[in-house]
Design a binder for this molecule. Sequence first.
Ligand code: ZN
Length: 239
Amino acid sequence: MKKKLLVAGAHSGDFVWRAAGTIAKAIEEGAETLVIAMSYGERGESGELWKEDPARSEDSVKKIRHAQAEQAAHILGTPILFLDWGDYPMLLTEERIKQLTAIIGDFEPTVILTHSEKDPFNPDHPLAFQAVQRARLLSSGAGVPSAFKNIDPPAWYSFEPHQPELCGFVPDTFIDISSVMEKKIAAMRCMGAQTYLKDYYAELASRRANHARRISGIKDIKFAEAHQSMVPRVTSSIF
Ligand SMILES: [Zn+2]
């Protein structure tokens, strides 16, 4: 079966901090990938751009964020789709759920990666989780007559939120991203509106690698990203 990874972020930088290594690694393994940026994070995650020039327009911030995320996606080698839903607060409408359901139905991911269910510090991230949860169910046939096209239910993970404990995030899956860490660092460098996060997420990858080494005994893991599965995985063997 073709490996297809869909990464859905509320804001245009989310995929870079939380999943850039997993994306680059999936591509290295021959998978097809697609990133969805539901908004540009133009209001809530572009502070450095507003500081630079408080008089600039929201549209100009969106343009800069678009270019930055596109450059990061290009470095990783993944296509990216911008939905421009607006941020802080993001709003969910029936139309937007339909749009997301259609994207999932067309792309037919085998794995979806998105935000955690809870995030007491961010109004948009849990909303993105809900949107993905609903669209994933609708596109894979829950409650829909079988006459419609259904996809097989994709495996589904939350990527690591900024404050994991406070978001109820308990990682159960570590991806060894050592071979693609340089791409993650290069992608993070593109996100000029949030430069303060680059060192933080490089350190986190190093710390998660320490955990991954201790769990697995695999000594050459230098960098890792942690995720939490939202549905049980089904495999043909316990090994
Ligand atoms: Zn975000």
